[in-house]
Design a binder for this molecule. Sequence first.
Ligand code: 5GP
Ligand code: ZN
Length: 113
Amino acid sequence: MSCLFCEIVAGRIPARKAYEDESVVAFHDINPQGPTHLLVVPRKHITSLNDLAPEDDALVGLIVRRARDLAGESGLGQRGYRLVLNCGDDAGYSVYHIHLHLIGGRRLGWPPG
Ligand code: 5GP
Ligand code: ZN
């Protein structure tokens, strides 16, 4: 079954990549919800939060720390930013390859819509 973010990770579908290493890829969201909106994904296909296994714990740590570093590089470290992991229909989860949203550069409302 083909997966959009696996295709982006593999470079077969283009994206504006901001970072990549052997485990993690980050790229700009195609429909940004703020001046900064990056998606940080593991290269490994994990369908959703519901499918996370104990052996994925290190990978989750890597995407969170990478998002933190990318926020810093985007000048957001002091002013703030939001990291979001959606799951399921109620959260509007639409691409079934786990991805951490890094959103910032504007005042973000709470609670989210
Ligand atoms: P979700 O709602 O599943 O948490 O977020 C999926 C995100 O992927 C959305 O913010 C959407 O704009 C983004 N997205 C969907 N298709 C593409 C694409 O082809 N390229 C990029 N860069 N982002 C995409
Ligand atoms: Zn995938």
